[in-house]
Design a protein around this ligand. Structure first.
Ligand code: IVH
Length: 682
């Protein structure tokens, strides 16, 4: 057989088996047989690179990690759904629909689908080829995660006989319970923090910049909506789902056409329990009007379609004993009560602790140590204590009283008038220091890899670190010699051990962090209300940490996006001599205090102000980072995708589809040499 036909035959077979395995859950061949087909295809394509097409099943994983996710606009806004929690609310929804339909007493046909607890995704197909995958974002614009979406084997790269032109297919990306358990087992093994639930794991994975890692996690997807610009397609939703399935799109098979609201209610009741046996998390049922013309008549509110609603399953509850109420001290000194519970299994995980929010909430519920309590896990994972079971309250129990002293350092707690939180103001409180150091070292702050909880504990305990500045005086030898015990030994292997090589790595990481942009340092200082964004605006504007700490509150508030709350928090921080001494100590230890971002006036007035650049292909003479920095220094912006608003496409070697798109949209293209000339001449 000639290679062209063989390749095409192999692609058909691989696609078919991917569909059987990933969509229908019914493999027809063994893994080994499937691998053999895929390998033969890969080998043939390697011999005939000119025959490789982007929709070949071998092309799911792009080679390199991406640099970020550009924002893209959805074909139409992605709305969310109104909720119903009870049968009455479902009947009220039906009333509204029937009124809108002017159908009188006649029942309206619905389709009930399982509500998949993942993250929504919009897939753009052009003439049947997958060209884009985007997250929901704010509903109008989302993030372009095409490279990651392509790795999801349930999502076809090309449709089988789908609609022509440009259409958007919408659905939900999720992580199966099996894949979730596998991911967490691997993370535990590697000592990484665990994902709280499959939804968080899926969302985190989708935003990972490395498609190869995304492919390994094994995400899956279901689709349930089609958006076209001209309303082509079947007249009813159930027919649409059938059509989508025939185009090889993954459709969750348990949906049910319902002749009226009674059928819908029966379906909801059936799945409140039935969902537990599924391979994916479902948090409810989505009820949709079947007749698409009626949907158009009903329309939408600003946020929701009037033709659909989500029935949310009741939260899962359990009873257990409240063994004790303890207090945790956070980075900002907040003393927060939490419940120590007799371990109990709830919705698939063992619960032994739950936050109690604040003393007021606790007092309102009158929770007492020794009580039997009702706990529940709503859609999300964070369990909460709902109420005590008064009939089971032991005799002689006493109301719990919030301590007046800090749980860690015993200094007096205080509470601001409008706040519910009790705080410790002692800035050398060991618990605050511990949390503060963890924050200082965290990925978004100074990004000191390896400086986690256990090591921080040791450094404080050994008296080696009393403030952030001390970190920069630690020697590699000191760190290597430290013996660190995992905080909660979970397995036999988790015994205390000498840091050794790891210590050297941490020392290097600390040294490297001296060079960080001042925005990271400012965020790392942990000033209340100063998040990453505020830290970046402030350092960009004032250029050095000193200048910003010397600034009057009015000057601080003059910075775009900085309001009175942030301004007064920064001012209060700066007014404290101890804090100023800390900043001086850091500066003396060689920590960079200056902003490396282009100053705002340059950005506004630079020769590239208002211009957007897109880079494509490799520029032989400069890295992407260097090109991006040059553009930003001159006041321009760099975007990841071409639109009519793009000013220039900088074309390197092996330019891809962006070049074709730029030509089509009439966007100016420049070569590397021309780009250099632009930079020189401004
Ligand atoms: S339809 C305009 N169907 O739930 C209505 N949504 O709470 C579009 N979801 O943003 C949504 N399963 O991400 C629909 N079978 C299903 C769904 C579903 C999960 C998600 C979706 C939506 C969210 C709303």
């Amino acid at each position: 057989m000639d290679p062209v036909s063989r390749i095409s035959r192999l692609r058909e077979q691989v696609r078919h088996h991917e569909e059987c395995y990933y969509v229908l859950n019914a493999p027809e061949v063994s893994d080994a047989e499937f691998d053999a087909l895929l390998h033969e295809l890969e080998a043939l394509e390697a011999l005939h690179p000119d025959l490789v097409t982007p929709d070949s099943p071998t092309q799911r994983v792009a080679g390199r990690p991406t640099e970020g996710f550009p924002t893209v606009e959805h074909l139409a806004p992605m709305l969310s759904l109104d909720n119903a929690y009870t049968e009455e609310e479902l009947r009220a929804f039906d009333e509204r629909v029937r009124k809108g339909a002017a159908a009188g007493e006649a029942p309206v046909g619905y389709v009930a689908e399982l509500k998949i607890d993942g993250l929504s995704i919009a897939l753009t197909y052009e003439d049947g080829r997958l060209v884009r995958g985007a997250t929901r974002g704010d509903g109008r614009r989302g993030e372009d995660v095409t490279a990651n979406v392509r790795t999801i084997r349930a999502i076809p790269l090309s449709l089988r006989g789908g609609p022509p032109g440009r259409v958007e297919v919408r659905g939900e990306v999720y992580l199966s319970r099996t894949a979730f358990a596998r991911s967490n087992a691997e993370r535990e093994e590697a000592g990484e923090p665990l994902f709280a639930n499959p939804r968080n794991a899926a969302a985190g994975t989708m935003r990972n910049l490395d498609p190869a890692l995304v492919a390994r996690r094994g995400l899956s997807a279901f689709t349930y909506q089609l958006v076209t610009t001209d309303g082509r397609g079947p007249d009813g939703h159930a027919d649409l789902l059938t059509a989508m399935r025939s185009w090889s799109l993954p459709v969750e098979p348990h949906y049910r056409p319902c002749a009226g609201i009674d059928d819908v209610i029966a379906f909801c009741q059936q799945w409140a329990d039935g969902r537990r046996d599924m391979e994916f998390d479902t948090d409810g049922v989505v009820i949709k009007v079947d007749d698409l013309a009626l949907r158009a008549r009903l329309g939408t509110t600003a946020k929701f379609p009037r033709w659909a609603t989500a029935f949310k399953f009741p939260a899962q509850q359990a009873h257990t004993k409240l063994r004790a109420i303890r207090v945790n001290v956070g980075r900002t000194g907040a003393n927060t009560p939490y419940a120590v519970l007799e371990p109990v299994l709830l919705a698939g995980s063992t619960i032994s602790m739950a936050t109690l929010h604040n003393a007021e909430d606790l007092a309102r519920k009158d929770l007492r140590e020794g009580d039997t309590v009702v706990i529940e896990k709503a859609g999300d994972v964070i369990p909460r204590v709902v109420a005590p079971v008064l009939s089971l309250r032991p005799a002689g129990s006493r109301s719990w009283v919030m301590p007046t002293e800090c749980a860690a350092c015993r200094s007096a707690l205080h509470r601001d008038e409008e706040e519910v939180v009790w705080r410790c103001d002692n800035s050398s409180c060991p618990a605050r220091l511990r949390r503060g150091l963890e924050h200082f070292a965290s990925r978004s702050a100074m990004n000191i890899e390896g400086l986690g909880e256990a090591l921080v504990d040791q450094l404080i305990e050994q008296g080696l670190v009393r403030d952030f500045g001390d970190l920069y005086h630690l020697t590699a030898e000191q760190l290597e010699a430290l013996v660190v015990a995992p905080r909660e030994p979970r397995s036999e292997r988790a015994v205390p051990r000498r840091l050794g090589k790891v210590g050297r790595h941490v020392a290097e990481q600390i040294a490297r962090s001296r060079e960080n942009d001042a925005a990271r340092l400012l965020y790392g200082l942990g000033i209340r209300h100063v998040g990453e964004k505020a830290a970046s605006s402030l350092t960009r504007h004032f250029r050095t940490v000193d200048a910003l700490l010397d600034a009057a509150p009015e000057a601080l508030q003059g910075v775009p996006e900085i309001g009175p709350v942030v301004a007064s928090a920064v001012h209060a921080f700066a007014a404290e001599p101890r804090n100023r001494a800390l900043v001086t100590k850091l500066a003396e230890a060689g920590v960079n205090m200056a902003s490396r971002q282009p100053p705002p006036e340059l950005v506004a007035a630079g020769p590239f102000a208002g211009k957007t650049f897109v880079l494509t292909g490799t520029l032989p003479g400069m890295t992407r980072e260097a090109a991006t920095a040059a553009i930003e220094r001159l006041g321009g912006k760099v975007s990841g995708s071409i639109s009519r608003k793009t000013s220039y496409l900088v074309v390197g070697e092996d330019a891809g589809s962006k070049l074709a798109k730029a030509t089509q949209l009439g966007v100016a293209t420049v070569t590397e040499d021309q780009f250099r000339a632009l930079i020189m001449n401004g």
